[in-house]
Ligand binder design. Sequence first.
Ligand SMILES: [Zn+2]
Length: 348
Amino acid sequence: MIQRISRLKAALPELTELERLIDEGSQHMRIRVPAHIQHGEDHLPFYVIEMGSTRKDAPVLALVGGVHGVERIGTQVILSFLKTLIRRLRWDPAAIEQLHRIRLVIIPIVNPGGMADNSRTNPNGVDLMRNAPVEALQRTPFLVGGQRISPKLPWYRGERDKPMEPENQALTDAIHHALKDQPFCMSLDCHSGFGTKDRLWFPYAKSVDPWPGIDSAHAMTELFEYTYPHHDLYLFEPQAHSYTTSGDVWDYLYDDYRTSQPNGCYLPMTLEMGSWLWVKKNPRHLFRYHSLFNPILPHRQQRILRRHLTFFDFLMSATATMANWAPTDALTQQHHHMAALTRWYPGR
Ligand SMILES: [Zn+2]
């Protein structure tokens, strides 16, 4: 038993760090464990942390990581932000004030079993980002778009007509409840492993056609690029510019949100950290599966943990003020919609 626990601790340092941060910052947090995820003989906690305003209509920012277990850097980036936030709350009234203007929902480790196994999928072999009940509107690329052939092949969606996997049920329940009464909300889901540039993706994954919320994606992109002209790390674009898939959880949650809030403004984003750059700089990455998705040199890991703090800070402020910049009247919506088509769909 003791051996099992110490093996698990060694396999999941991120969970240990999360629980340490919960201890350190508990006075600012409302903590829930709505599910335990089975992993061999263990049941791993699925944590949902809420901070900030308890007002029913406070704008919501959700930060999510560890959907793909092997992409640990996504979880680490969120924990690094959380650590800085907790420590600022000890001495900085501006941080306290900023936090009170929004409701922050953090789910740092969606797939603890997959993370313990250094695997992309959950312990049942299902790719959680292909597992939602959403079908692509056009033909998707073979395998990558999601497949039901076998859990032994990558991008397995799970069996047809089965409920979502327990991790996804806990994730979609938590996000559904956090967003259902909110006119303004954003989420950021942190991944790694695609391309050489850090991408900020917005929906849809299921279609190459412009997403209905593209006006708000454009307004946010413009706001960030205008405010941080020297922080040009990110490629803002629709996910479908890279590839389309079935079963994307954020497609599912966006459509779910719009059903209950047809006039609400929800901007779900995915940060896809471009790990191929790390591989290019250090080909040793090629020899271990885990290191295709995560920086292996300490100085590079430190750099990545620093790199995204600016964007997280921006998201906190942008969520609090979303009513001011998100397009809500028909004229502004049309302006941003046209500008988005010019930027992302030239020739359309
Ligand atoms: Zn991923």
